[in-house]
Design a protein around this ligand. Structure first.
Ligand code: AMP
Length: 493
């Protein structure tokens, strides 16, 4: 179906064709006519499906009639993270080039004054994260009684982040007669309840199974000891040996680990940026820009910060930790293999990750192949501190040599379907460690070689090389002069 059949205005159609899109994606084809007909929509779709344009394009068409009044936005889009909110704003800029609409971004980490000024001018589209929106409301700077259309995006992520009470408060401030568009990648019972509460007789549109992973992604598990430095060393070898690596996102479960891992990678000569929720907005944007532009080919990130980011061509995803929520696995690896491109997803797995891994495999309905031998092939001492020497050869080299020469099907790492989506009960056991599963010796180079190799040239940070090892390196006997300068101390009045 061409875009011209969806009922979008000429101005919007021109912008769509200027963006180079020829065909609507399935979520766009299904949702746009309902939005234009002023129906409520429940959209079950992940990022990467063209979901953002599924609401921005019809909103632009609807907004062509009417005018904004000061402090009374006409439409409101709620996003769980600042980055997602900024991406939606970019969509309005791209598709709204032929419109003269005022779009305001109300997110934390930037000045209230600029945001206030925008609200005062009158806003056609207000894109906000819940906390900052409520701050403005409480300061009496905002009235939501003029909102004709409300979008709640990434509802399941809002739930994960504890935003639901805020959302419920905000929805109460918006007129009952509004039109509501509600998007979520998954529909757990709590989200169903909210959808029932917020939507009036909605059209339900759904694309792809919520828990499906793209077939274009080669997924591999990598057995490792559970110590931080052992995992970091394993990750470095993985990156150095990865084929077709252009850029990659490395996910950690905890913000603290994001910062630590990024520093460690940089100290080993990799050009890596960090992205986590404790960074201020400017630093987050700078990290994202550096990653998007290729200046920093590696991005170490937490789930919340990276959720839904639109980074078109990520060749690799590395899970430094197995995510605790299986849905996060689907979202993480969904950063690669987008729009039919080939992608690679590697997950470091230690002995303590058994349950989380079971849950993931149950959710995606398939077993993920091991790259170089499963957990049973790890020597007992692998959870202990590894020798710091660069000439180890023992553990990993031995493991890799042992796994060579497996059967052809195993070598291709073919995954076997297990069950179609139904989630395994928490307590249900799966014979994991005993099962020697598939291997992919081609995926990286012999360990001895990669352990000695430096990062691929494109991954190398300029002027950043520091000695091997994760122990903090001090200044030795030399203290740079700038550290010895007396610090100016402000006098208390
Ligand atoms: P989203 O799911 O909104 O994050 O969009 C994912 C990517 O698909 C973005 O890079 C969009 O620019 C792109 N996109 C959106 N709609 C289309 C379309 N109809 N054809 C091709 N690409 C699209």
């Amino acid at each position: 179906m061409p875009f011209t059949d969806l009922g979008l205005s000429d101005k919007v159609l021109q912008a769509v064709s200027a963006a180079g899109y020829t065909e609507p994606t399935p979520i766009q084809a299904q949702a746009i006519p309902h939005v234009l007909a002023r129906r409520d929509v429940l959209g079950i779709a992940q990022t990467g499906t063209g979901k953002t344009a599924a609401f921005t394009l019809p909103m632009l068409t609807l907004l062509e009639s009417g005018r904004a009044r000061a402090r009374m936005p006409r439409t409101l889009i709620l996003e769980p993270t600042r980055e997602l909110a900024a991406q939606v704003e970019e969509n309005f800029e791209r598709y709204g080039t032929n419109h003269k609409l005022n779009v305001a971004l109300i997110i934390g980490g930037v000045s209230f004054a600029d945001q206030d000024a925008k609200l005062t001018r009158g806003t056609d589209v207000l894109i906000a994260t819940p906390g900052r929106l409520l701050d403005h409301f409480e300061r009496g700077k905002l009235l939501l009684t003029g909102v004709e259309l409300l979008v709640i995006d990434e509802a399941d992520r809002m739930l994960d982040m504890g935003f639901i009470p805020d959302i419920e408060r905000i929805v109460k401030m918006v007129p009952f007669t509004r039109q509501t568009l509600f998007f979520s990648a998954t529909m757990p019972p709590e989200i169903e309840r909210l959808a029932d509460m917020f939507l009036h007789n909605p059209e339900r549109v759904e694309v792809a199974r919520p828990a499906s992973t793209a077939e274009t992604i080669v997924q591999r598990l990598v057995a490792t000891g559970s110590e931080g430095h052992t995992k970091r060393e394993r990750l470095r070898r993985l990156i150095r040996g990865a084929e077709e690596l252009k850029n990659g996102i490395i996910f950690c479960n905890r913000k603290r680990d994001v910062a630590q891992l990024q520093k460690s990678l940089v100290s080993h000569g990799f050009a890596a940026a960090a992205l986590h929720g404790d960074m201020d907005q400017r630093a987050r944007m700078a990290a994202l820009d550096a990653f998007r532009s290729g200046e920093m080919p590696l991005l170490v990130a937490s789930d919340v910060a990276a959720r839904g980011l639109d980074i078109p061509a990520v060749s690799h995803v590395f899970n430094f930790d197995v995510p605790h929520h299986p849905e996060d696995y689907v979202h993480r690896i969904g950063r690669t293999g987008r729009a039919g491109r080939a992608g690679h997803a590697f997950t470091l797995v230690s002995r303590s990750d058994g349950r989380s891994l079971q849950a993931i495999e149950a959710l995606i309905g398939q077993q993920i192949a091991w790259m170089d031998g499963d957990l049973a092939s790890l020597p007992e001492e692998s959870d202990e501190a590894e020798p710091r020497s660069r000439h180890r050869g023992g553990r990993s080299g031995g493991t890799e040599r042992r796994t060579r020469g497996k059967g052809a099907g195993e070598a291709r790492g073919e995954s076997r379907p297990r069950r179609s989506g139904g989630q395994r009960e928490r307590g249900e056991s799966a014979p994991r460690a005993q099962e020697s599963r598939t291997h992919e010796p081609r995926v990286h180079e012999p360990a001895a070689r990669v352990a000695e190799a430096s990062p691929p040239r494109e991954m190398r940070a300029k002027e950043r090389r520091e000695p091997e090892g994760d122990t903090p390196i001090g200044l030795g006997s030399h203290v740079p002069a700038f550290l010895l300068r007396p610090a100016p101390v402000k006098k208390e009045r």
